[in-house]
Design a protein around this ligand. Sequence first.
Ligand code: M6R
Length: 347
Amino acid sequence: QKGGYSHFMLKEIHEQPEAVKNTLSEVSDIENIVSQFPQFKRITFVACGTSHHASLVGKYLFEALLGLPTDVVLASEFEFSEGAIDPDSLVIFISQSGETADTLKALKIANKKAKTLAIVNVLGSTATREADYVIFTRAGPEIGVAATKTYISQLTCIYLLAACMGKNRELLDELQQIPDYMKTVLLLEEDIKEMAAKYKDAQDFFFIGRGFSYPTAMEGALKLKEITYIHGEGYAAGELKHGPLALIDDDVPVVAVVPPGKSHDRTLSNVEEVKARGARVIGLGSEDDQVLSYEASDMIKFPSQIRELISPLLYVVPLQLLSYHMSVQRGIDPDKPKNLAKCVTVE
Ligand code: M6R
């Protein structure tokens, strides 16, 4: 059942190139849905947990490529901020299970005011019956409580949606290369396992990034908390100096997500700040990035062709592996973290 892997989570991490490939085959369905869209003036994403982080990537993408004002609201907060939507809005609900109680409650509220679209992994789930439009992620069943391949498939759908809405052929072509890049990234597993052994006893971590890398930092921190029980904070790198820098010292490793692009130099200056306070830095960046490589205590290198805009699809993968190996090395079962359920059906 686990296909030779020690845990479902590890199997599911390794299934990600296939999950992207399968989700990419949804493009004609997505084109068809987009052709039915009226002219929307704004987009609001609504979701919880990891699906919320996929939504944050959606915000940066829709604003960058479509110039559409885009909000992201946590599903559990939606009833307190629903005023932000109107009949010209498209409200996009993202949920692996399609059964998350907070998300379904928000969907009911939104259906009365705007057009709704659900991006869901489970066929026939409640969200697929209630939304005006439905797109399926083709991740296949996910057993591990930690969302991994479903997150990558959600992101793939969001990129496809943005590409179809913007008639962006270049992006559609670029997405076809993601499964191969991902296979290359997965080859880093042995190095990451060794890194996990070095860092597994830390009690607090920071994950930092800007723009497209901010959601990746948030997701890296969530994975860490969920399956290693180590405290991890995902932070917009520029916010460090507005408070949390006071917490940084040589006991607090910082994972810095620094792909090549607009955010690169500014996040690098934050890397220097935390290093000056003694932090060990795990840098995620391009194989060509000699400055980051010099500044970081440990470096996770990606093919240099992976630009910032598509980096969320790839840079999160080593962070999943890092948490997975720390979890196992700490004697935890990553498939069944304490206090958590795969599907959260209570508000
Ligand atoms: O099924 P959903 O996508 O609606 O679930 C939302 C969250 O409960 C879920 O993503 C949770 O945060 C993950 N277990 C994190 O790995």
